[in-house]
Write a protein that binds this ligand. Sequence first.
Ligand code: HEC
Length: 143
Amino acid sequence: MAPSSEIRQILAAGGLLAVVAAGSVGPVHASGAAGNAELAQGKAVYREYCAVCHGNDGRGHGPIAKASKIHPTDLAALRRNNGSFPAQQIDAALRGDDPVVAHGAPGMMVWGALFLSDVNGNEAAAAATRRDVIAYIESMQEK
Ligand code: HEC
């Protein structure tokens, strides 16, 4: 399996998703109160852009994980491993400010500019997309 061609497929599919996401961002919640619409949106983005490496359940066993020298982080254990849920850290990773080598280089992330305002039209919409996926990851934390 050639990971790069699979990633290209994902990115091609993602272009469409980004357009959909930009138009369908729901009402903004003040803090941590993601509703069903936000979680559904976050799940759709996660499945499209993250699950291929991190797995549907976040445990790090996606189809590309085998081809990766660095094992994808267990996202369902983030709260346990960090003491509290590291929302800011994930947000920084999505923006490319906290570059995780496996995610690409700043400005060349594996998910393109999905989480940045240039794709979403404005920073509020980009932030909502990031918040949805972060809320979805929070919802998968082990109890
Ligand atoms: C191409 C494979 C790949 C994709 C796609 C991917 N990740 Fe990762 N991710 C990794 C790997 C590998 C690591 C571990 C990096 C390390 O330990 O240096 C990681 C680490 C992380 C971390 C931990 C970062 C930290 O600061 O330690 C978070 C959070 C994360 N990924 C979130 C996501 C989210 C959210 C998405 C989807 C938007 C995503 N990843 C997409 C491979 C991927």
